[in-house]
Design a protein around this ligand. Structure first.
Ligand SMILES: [Cu+2]
Length: 164
């Protein structure tokens, strides 16, 4: 009798462990589903930012921004996609422009950077996304900070129009 009762323990323990595993599995499953839902509703709630693309250099190696002139409206959110299709490194340098905006994030590959940004360096083939809201209307200069590039024509103009 006594032996038989002891013999039941492992089974009871196993059933309990299985139950616990199932419960944990369900909990994890439910919470990740909730996290996904939460994530997509967060992404969907504000209006999507306006996408703008600028190329730093050209595949043929020309030292210029394409386009070299961009226009924004203060108070609107933008997703500026910067890429470098050229064979050499370039900079997106627009300090006064960057001082007059709010940066939500800069994303490059798996890295997301939060906080103020003043300059971006893009190696050949690099791509980065800069999500920001311009706040200060004005006309700002853009250049590549690599020695000789601005002199060779790698300059641009960023215009921020007032919201009203
Ligand atoms: Cu350059």
């Amino acid at each position: 009798m006594g032996q038989r009762q002891v013999g039941q323990w492992p089974w009871t323990g196993l059933a309990w462990a299985l139950g616990l595993l199932l419960a944990l599995g369900l909990t994890v499953g439910a919470s990740s589903a909730m996290a996904l839902e939460g994530r997509s509703s967060t992404l969907a709630s504000p209006a999507p930012p306006t996408a703008v693309t600028i190329h730093l250099g050209t595949p043929a190696g020309s030292l210029r921004f394409e386009p070299s002139q961009l226009t924004f409206t203060a108070g609107q959110r933008y997703r500026l996609v910067l890429d470098n299709p050229s064979p050499e490194k370039h900079y997106f340098t627009a300090k006064d422009f960057a001082d007059g905006l709010w940066t939500q994030k800069v994303q490059a590959g798996d890295v997301e950077v939060k906080g103020a940004i003043h300059e971006l360096e893009l190696k050949p083939g690099a791509i980065a996304e800069w999500v920001f809201v311009p706040e200060r209307p004005g006309t700002y200069e853009l250049h590549c900070a690599i020695a000789g590039h601005a002199e060779a024509g790698m300059v641009g103009q960023l215009e921020v129009l007032s919201a009203g």
